[in-house]
Design a protein. Structure first.
Length: 243
């Protein structure tokens, strides 16, 4: 049994991931943005799940959650599932929050960052971005950055299996009812990466789609861009990701 954190687990892919892994016997730590939204997690809590509550657009909330998790048993895996599509919270939620949790928590054996095929149209430029959430950011940019963060963790921490997953365009609250991809397949790859003993799942630095490796944006494995991203996030947050 593994202890696994799934951020953004009140609905959509995060909820399906948490439910599937709990049913498989793992100790799941679920996350909700607010106490009100946490009420929907009662069935999981009744099954033994733990819960952390906080709005990932607010850095203080992320720091508080990191502190609480750091005082508990070590996590075996983290799935950075939470994300927003538009508005001023795009960079804080999609990039800064997973960066802070990665930098502040003891690194687990396995970590998965939710990416998107839209990261391929992201821009590998860091100047002039608003990381605080006062101006809207680009979803494509945010997914390029978090996929690059995955690759940086894989490079700097070879003892950690760090991967990114494109779940496809699936019919969740974010994806909308018209989404054309398979909802079931949308959460299976991240579960496989954090729980499987198969050799393919015990690898690092991959960008996955439905358990198949895909080629990410060229900047993802550019170590110079990785370093610039980490330096920018460290400057913005005052917290460094240690090598």
């Amino acid at each position: 049994m593994s202890r696994i954190l799934v951020t953004g687990s009140t609905d959509g892919l995060g909820r399906l991931t948490a439910e599937t892994m709990q049913a498989a016997g793992h100790q799941v730590v679920v996350h909700a943005r607010s106490d009100e939204r946490a009420q929907s997690l009662r069935p999981l809590l009744a099954g033994g799940a733990e819960v952390v509550v906080g709005d990932f657009s607010e850095r203080d909330a992320v720091l508080r959650i990191a502190g609480a998790l750091g005082r508990g048993p070590r996590l075996d895996a983290v799935i950075h599932n939470v994300g927003v599509y538009d508005g001023p919270a795009v960079l804080p939620v999609n990039v800064v929050a997973p960066y802070l949790l990665t930098a502040l928590l003891p690194l687990p054996e396995r970590v998965v960052f939710l990416s998107s095929g839209m990261h391929l149209s992201g821009r590998a430029r860091l100047d002039g971005l608003d990381w605080t959430g006062h101006r809207a950011g680009s979803y494509s940019d945010s997914k390029l950055f978090v996929t690059t963060l995955m690759a940086a963790v894989a490079r700097l921490h070879p003892d950690v299996f760090s991967n990114a997953v494109d779940p496809g365009w699936v019919p969740t609250r974010m994806g909308g009812a018209g989404a054309s991809d398979d909802l079931e397949l949308g959460h299976r790859t991240q579960e496989w990466l954090v729980t499987s003993t198969e050799a393919a799942a015990r690898t690092s630095g991959g960008y996955w789609y439905h358990r198949e490796l895909r080629q990410p944006h060229a900047s993802v494995h550019d170590t110079g861009f990785q370093d610039r991203l980490l330096e920018t996030l460290a400057e913005q947050t005052g917290i460094e990701l240690q090598a």
